[in-house]
Structure formats: structure tokens, C-alpha cells
Design a protein around this ligand. Structure first.
Ligand code: NAD
Length: 313
């Protein structure tokens, strides 16, 4: 039995859809409950500061969504907008101010930063205790060590959805395609921490289809539309599609697709995340849980249930 509710199986297909939107709504609700409980202990709401530099339209949409969901979860969000012409020192000075602000629990710098700014330096300047994206060297080190720390949101969402579908992950073979700092590498480490046997594949991997076919859990995070064909999937495997790719249709319209040939995969996979509506919504859900966890840890408190159960490691 799995924890999934409701089970959605498109007609004529073998695969069950993993409903990321519904899962994210449950995590958001747990975060909200946790935020209300924590606010009583802290005497204020948990607070997320979001830094947006420049006018990138996609980043503006992401930031708007993050702020909306943070506020729906009864947390305070502070938006700090800087023009694309801002200097590196000015961005670093803002991060330093947010690090020092006792009322800020989480800091998120929306990436990518405009050309001319060094995103690595900016991200590494964030206090690890407030690193709700889990991207600082300290957070990455804690993940490698299996020590407490804030984990990257999208990979946490992948593990969460795999658990929703399969329950216990121990002993399963997870093949992760993609080795980025943001997704692939931390996803591999999180599945390892969940006691999976993990293979991390990338653009230089030989005979990737044969390797992918060995996976009980196949995580596709390459950013290549439709790359994972039906012949890459072991019958019954759980497929977590992280890819978000915009492709143009013949009529000039565009749509979002994942890295998996979704229609083909429906015939073979046991469980599969759709794009959109799979991993995507989980990223912000995990950001909310991380903000709550940061607020609790900074105050020396335990993260309240049920939010604590939402943490994947
Ligand atoms: P990236 O470009 O930084 O990394 C891609 C990785 O895929 C690289 O490690 C590369 O080695 C590997 N790769 C590329 N082509 C390959 C191939 N042909 N065969 C095997 N491996 C290959 O991208 P990223 O930031 O890790 O993002 C990956 C995808 O996930 C993108 O589509 C991105 O939009 C999406 N994404 C989604 C979310 C979400 O919330 N759902 C969050 C972050 C990223």
C-alpha cells in the first residue's frame, strides 16, 4: 500500500500518476500548521527573505509564487528587489544585513543572477542556518555527512514523491540522470541517505538507456525534452521527471514538457510524475518546510509535527 491519495491511473495505461500538486498542498498545509505553532513560541511568524535581482520574467513569476505560498502558510515574506545594474558588493551587503537580522529565518537568492554577478559568491555568503535553498558549502557538507542541515528543495521533493508512491525506499536502486549542484548531486545523496543503492549518471555516461533500465527509481534531471524513452524504463519502475523544458508546437504555441517521453512511459512505468504538476510544485513546498525548520533550529526548538515528518532527511 502507498500513502498516495487519490491514485490516478490514466485509462489504458499501466502507470499511476504521482500527483505533485496534491502532495505539495498537503506539505503546505503541514507547514502552515507548523508555522502557527511556532509563531506562538517565537512571538512572531517565521520569516523568509527573498532576493530578486533584475527583471528576468521567469524569476519574477517564481518569486511571486514563493511569496504567495509563504504567506498562505502563515509565514512572513520579505521581498528585496535590486536592479540588474547593482554591484556585487551591494548584493553581498544585502545578504550580510539579512544574515544579521534576527527576525529573518530563511534567505533565498533567486537564481540565475544577471550577468556580471557571481552567483556562487553570493550564495556562499548566506548564513548556513538560514540557507533554505540548501546550496551553501556548509549545507552540502552536512548532506554528505548525513548531519543535520537544510537540504536542497527540488531533490527533497523528488524523495518525498518517491516515498509517497513506494513507501519504504530502502534497498531500491535509484538511477539519477544529471549531476548538477542544484538537482542531480543532492538528489543522489538524498536517495543514498534513504538507503537506496544509487547510480549517478550524466552526459558522459556510457549506454545510459541500459543503465536507466536497471532503475527501480529513475530520476531524470538532464534538461533534455523527452530524452528518456520507453525503452529506458524497467517495467513497473517509479519515474521522477524533474525536467522543465519549453518546446514549441507546430502551431507556434509552446508547452512545458519533462525529460521523459511521458506518453510512452505511461505504458511501462509503475508510477510517474507528470510535467507540469509533478516535481515542480514540491520545490516551493519543501522551501516552506525548510523555512520552518530554520526558524525552529535558530530558536533551539523542535520542528513541530506534522511538518517534521515532511523533512526527507
Ligand atoms: P543543468 O543543466 O545544470 O544540469 C543538467 C545535468 O544533466 C548535467 O549534469 C549534465 O551532465 C546532465 N545531462 C545533460 N545532457 C545529458 C544527456 N544527454 N545524457 C545524460 N546526462 C545529461 O540543469 P539542472 O539545473 O540540474 O536542471 C535539470 C532540469 O531540471 C532542467 O530541465 C530544469 O529546468 C529542471 N529543474 C526543475 C526544477 C523543478 O522545480 N521541478 C528545479 C530545478 C531544475
Amino acid at each position: 500500500m502507498t500513502a498516495m491519495d487519490p491514485i490516478l491511473r490514466p485509462s489504458g495505461s499501466r502507470a499511476v500518476l504521482i500527483d505533485g500538486k496534491a502532495a505539495a498542498a498537503r506539505v503546505d498545509a503541514a507547514a502552515r500548521e507548523g508555522a502557527l505553532a511556532l509563531a506562538e513560541r517565537l512571538g512572531r511568524k517565521p520569516c523568509l527573505a527573498v532576493v530578486l535581482v533584475g527583471e528576468d520574467p521567469a524569476s519574477q513569476v517564481y518569486v511571486r509564487n514563493k511569496i504567495r505560498r509563504t504567506e498562505s502558510a502563515e509565514m512572513t515574506s520579505r521581498e528585496h528587489r535590486l536592479p540588474a545594474s547593482v554591484s556585487q558588493d551591494e548584493v553581498l551587503a544585502l545578504v550580510a544585513r539579512l544574515n544579521a537580522d534576527a527576525h529573518v529565518d530563511g534567505i533565498l537568492v533567486q537564481l540565475p543572477l544577471p550577468a556580471g554577478l557571481d552567483a556562487t559568491r553570493v550564495v556562499q555568503a548566506i548564513d548556513p542556518a538560514k540557507d533554505v535553498d540548501g546550496l551553501t558549502a556548509a549545507s552540502a557538507g552536512a548532506l554528505v555527512l548525513g548531519a543535520p542541515g537544510l537540504r536542497p528543495c527540488t531533490p527533497s521533493g523528488c524523495v518525498y514523491l518517491a516515498r509517497e508512491a513506494l513507501g519504504e525506499l530502502s534497498g531500491r536502486h535509484a538511477v539519477v540522470i544529471g549531476r548538477s549542484i542544484l538537482v542531480g548531486k543532492p538528489a543522489a545523496l538524498l536517495f543514498l541517505q534513504a538507503d537506496c543503492t544509487v547510480t549517478l549518471a550524466h552526459s558522459r555516461t556510457r549506454d545510459l538507456p541500459a543503465l536507466a533500465r536497471q532503475a527501480d527509481i529513475l530520476v531524470a534531471a538532464a534538461g533534455r525534452p523527452g530524452m528518456v524513452g520507453v525503452d529506458w524504463i524497467k517495467p513497473g519502475a517509479t519515474v521522477i521527471d524533474v525536467g522543465i523544458n519549453r518546446v514549441d508546437g507546430p502551431d507556434g504555441s509552446s508547452r512545458l514538457v519533462g525529460d521523459v517521453d511521458f506518453e510512452g512511459a505511461l505504458a511501462t512505468a509503475g508510477y510517474i510524475t507528470p510535467v507540469p504538476g509533478g516535481v515542480g510544485p514540491m520545490t516551493i513546498a519543501m522551501l516552506l518546510v525548510n523555512t520552518l525548520a530554520a526558524a525552529a533550529r535558530r530558536a533551539g526548538l523542535d520542528l513541530p509535527e506534522p511538518a517534521a515528518r515532511m523533512l526527507t532527511s
